[in-house]
Write a protein that binds this ligand. Structure first.
Ligand code: SAH
Length: 241
């Protein structure tokens, strides 16, 4: 996909993804347009490809982020029954997806980027601070970055004035490949709620598939295998971080 959808500017990259059907939802397109990928990818930010960001992590390709967003979109956008969506972004890395997610959850929403490497937790926040839009989201409390093991999920208090919804999540996005769908993540998902997660097909972890896991209002869980991917693994934190 990279050869078709790369662009010479952020607007050109997004426009190419739109014209090639990789972004199909206008709200998602508008959210991408508000976030300059150059603030997050140290090299070739407008290529539709993953790039290294240090600490053996990569910023995913833009078309992968678009796919992730569109697969969870009904659970992400604010509505009368979900006025303050809560989103956990496990393995936030560069912070790019965390920022785009925050552009979609509305004024009362909350997006938490969770990293097990402190330097990457800090990198995500620093990258967001490069733009006025990013600074506004951080200072207004719509986005937070935390350090922790994403396999355990996260208990995060609600924003002030949003206390009725509890600490569970409407959406959990996982940006690294898991050995299994961890029960903590399923338990921390609201009913209804949705998880987007790459899972290893076997012990070796050489092949992986994205799973979309939906919990309905009654708590019934349905799992759909979407497509094959190559993500970095969800692991123990390196020593010293
Ligand atoms: N969404 C990010 C992806 C970064 S790569 C982006 O596009 O920039 C995957 C990230 O998962 C890495 O930053 C890595 O540090 C993080 N990670 C790996 N195992 C983890 C764990 N157990 N808990 C939290 N983060 C983890």
């Amino acid at each position: 996909m990279a050869w078709r959808c790369s662009g010479s500017s952020n607007a050109a990259l997004i426009d190419n993804m739109w014209r090639h059907g990789l972004i199909t939802d206008p709200a998602v397109k508008a959210a991408f347009e508000r976030v300059d990928r150059a603030h997050y990818a140290p090299v070739s930010p407008y290529d539709d490809s993953p790039q290294p960001i240090g600490h053996a992590a990569t910023i995913s390709a833009p078309h992968m982020h678009a796919s992730a967003l569109q697969h969870v979109l009904p659970f992400l956008l604010p509505s009368a029954r979900r006025p303050a969506p809560r989103v956990l972004d496990v393995g936030s890395g560069s912070g790019y997806l965390t920022h785009v997610l925050a552009e979609l959850v509305g004024e009362r929403g909350l997006v938490v980027g969770l990293e097990h490497i402190r330097e990457l937790r800090d990198l995500g926040e620093e990258n967001m601070r490069k733009s006025e839009g990013g600074r506004t989201l951080l200072e207004g409390g719509r986005v937070k970055f935390r350090v922790g093991d994403g396999r355990l999920g996260l208990v995060e208090e609600a924003r002030r004035g949003e206390e009725d919804g509890g600490t569970r999540w409407d959406v959990i996005h996982v940006g690294a490949s898991a050995k299994e769908v961890h029960t903590q993540l399923l338990d921390q998902l609201k009913s209804p709620g949705c998880i987007f997660i790459p899972v290893d097909d076997d012990e070796v972890g050489y092949s992986q598939h994205i799973w979309r896991i939906e919990k309905d209002a009654a708590g019934k869980v349905t799992k759909h295998c979407l497509f094959g991917v190559r993500y970095v693994p969800l692991t123990d934190a390196p020593r010293g971080s």
